[in-house]
Design a protein around this ligand. Structure first.
Ligand code: G6Q
Length: 550
């Protein structure tokens, strides 16, 4: 959706002269092909690039010119991005609908960096939790933490959902190369019992530790799975006292944790100023810390922090999160790309697209401004993706020849963690080839010149001009992963600031939860009591069918 020309000047986003200027400029350049831009400027590939904190960003294959970039930078400034960045780092309550500060950046600041919010220095508490996490992780890793029957822990299961699951599972998968191989790590999130059953079926409860991650400790999925885990454990070990050796919790809700039966000393806390999808560097990262150990975990935090500092202080034309955010805005709001593919050419980043999907779509999927006014512009492109090269053999067809414009982010590493013959070379050759093919395509003349039968020519033409960025680092490591995640976190912030929406709430998840609670009661109630007909005719018919067939 592009902005309607009738946007009122009063509109704080599309009414800005800077926004209008971008629309006008977009009209002028959107017919140009990347082939022309590269032909006209031999230095384009180098010029439209930036690097920081071990990451190189090439955005030359975006359909953008210097003037568009300059206008975007002006728009960002006019939108108050600078002040908003300062407000976030300072601890202002920028999550206005929940009246909360947004301080995930404080979680990864080095010890000894005071952060005083409302007269209170947050750093000592943050460091105290981190130290407890480190001691506990070391105990588990070294085999000193014993289960109820005296056996060391060989299995760690993280129970959580959304922000209390996607960060831990993504980080574990990403950093598996650095993980303690003698411990199995599993992640249970879905309220579907199959998730829990499959995760535990081959495990010995006497050797299993559950980390129940829930900021609120009220989430139905997590509490259902935690209860199933408690039953599984107590039944096998024959004593409810076993819970204290096999369960720890990560939560802000001390009371509910104790009520559940988890030893208060085994609770790792965090704070309401950490949003779920921004919580990987809080105690929610406990499973990651157990997996990789204290030093690599510190390197992960350092990677995050280095990118935080880069975001806060680097000049915007070289600022990776600012550039990624502005390009995202350009693609979505001016070129009308509805989706953004995340294409990591690294098997360890298997869950990275899913992680980013929550980060971006929960943050930017809003249709009212900070003041509650309806927006008249697109927000929140659809993020999706798969690791390369698998995607090439499935959905890349649409990227190359479909009718939709899909913006792509390629992510790759120059050194493999598992060199195997020439396979890494092939992997990276594919990455570079895909971005080249998307940008430049293949014209009818080129296809014909290959002696293609004329009837086949239209089928073999690649239009090109499909925008992509490429992110490269030397190698996947805790440090480079931390920087990568922070880069995307802040790019979301940049888009939210310009779009004038709240990136830190998620009211859109509430209605379904409330309806599910009501329907759950109706599914189990006797037919004469269940108020099924109070629903619309579709929902009522589905409920009746379920009751009949179950
Ligand atoms: C993330 C959201 C959401 C949240 C889950 C789990 O930003 O807030 O995904 O993380 O709903 O919530 P709890 O941690 O409270 O169980």
């Amino acid at each position: 959706m592009t902005t309607p020309a009738s946007a009122t000047p009063a509109n704080p986003v599309t009414g800005r002269p800077e926004w209008r200027a971008l629309q006008d400029h977009c009209e002028q350049i959107k017919g140009r092909h990347l082939r022309e831009w590269f032909a006209d400027d031999a230095g384009r590939g180098e010029r439209f690039s930036a690097s920081a904190v071990g990451w190189y960003l090439d955005y030359s294959k975006q359909r953008i010119d210097q003037h568009a970039l300059d206008l975007l930078l002006v728009l960002a400034r006019a939108s108050g991005l600078e002040q908003r960045i300062a407000a976030m780092f300072r601890g202002d309550a920028i999550n206005t609908t929940e009246n909360r500060a947004v301080l995930h950046t404080a979680l990864r600041a080095p010890a000894g960096t005071p952060l005083v919010v409302a007269g209170h220095d947050l750093t000592p508490e943050i460091q105290a939790v981190l130290s407890r996490m480190q001691r506990f992780a070391e105990c588990v890793r070294s085999g000193r933490w014993l289960g109820y029957t005296g056996k060391p822990i060989r299995n760690v299961i993280n129970i959580g959902i959304g922000g209390s699951d996607l960060g831990p599972v993504m980080a574990y998968q990403a950093l598996r190369h650095f993980s303690a191989r003698e411990i199995n790590f599993r992640f249970v999130s879905n309220v579907d019992g199959s998730d829990f059953i499959e995760a535990t079926r081959d495990l010995d409860p006497a050797e299993t530790l559950f980390i129940v991650c829930s900021k609120t400790f009220t989430t139905i999925e997590t509490l259902s799975n935690a209860r199933a885990a408690r039953d599984w454990c107590v039944q096998a070990l024959g004593d409810s006292a076993a819970v204290s050796r096999h369960f720890v919790a990560v939560s802000t809700n001390a009371e509910a944790v104790t009520q559940f039966g988890i030893d208060p000393d085994h609770r790792f806390g965090f704070w309401d100023w950490v949003g779920g999808r921004y919580s990987l560097t809080s105690a929610i990262g406990l499973s990651t810390l157990i997996a990789i150990g204290a030093e690599p975990f510190a390197a992960l935090l350092a990677g995050f922090h280095a990118m935080d500092e880069h975001f806060r202080s680097a000049a915007w034309p070289q600022n990776l999160p600012v550039l990624i955010g502005l390009i995202g805005l350009w693609n979505s709001n001016f070129l009308a790309a509805e989706t953004q593919a995340i294409l990591p050419y690294d098997q360890y980043l298997l869950r990275f697209p899913a992680y980013l999907q929550q980060l971006t779509m929960e943050s930017l999927g809003k249709s009212v401004t900070l003041d509650g006014q309806p927006v008249n512009y697109a927000t929140g492109p659809i993020y999706w993706g798969e690791p390369g090269t698998n995607g090439q053999h499935s959905f890349y067809q649409l990227l190359h020849q479909g009718t939709r414009l899909v913006a792509c982010d390629f992510i790759g590493f120059c050194r493999s963690l598992n060199p195997l013959g020439d396979q890494h070379q092939w992997l990276m050759a594919n990455l570079f080839a895909q971005s080249e093919a998307l940008a430049f395509g293949k014209s009818a003349a080129q296809v014909l010149a290959e002696a293609t039968p004329p009837a086949l020519v239209p089928h073999r033409v690649f239009p090109g001009n499909r925008p992509s960025s490429t992110l490269l680092a030397e190698a996947l490591s805790p440090q480079s992963l931390g920087a990568l995640v922070a880069m995307y976190e802040h790019s979301v912030f940049v888009q939210g600031a310009i779009l004038n929406i709240n990136c830190f709430d998620q009211w859109g998840v509430e209605l379904g939860k409330a309806l599910a609670s009501r329907i759950a009661a109706e599914l189990s109630a006797p037919a004469e009591v269940a108020a099924i007909d109070a629903h619309d005719s579709s929902t009522a018919a589905l409920i009746r069918r379920y009751r009949q067939w179950r």
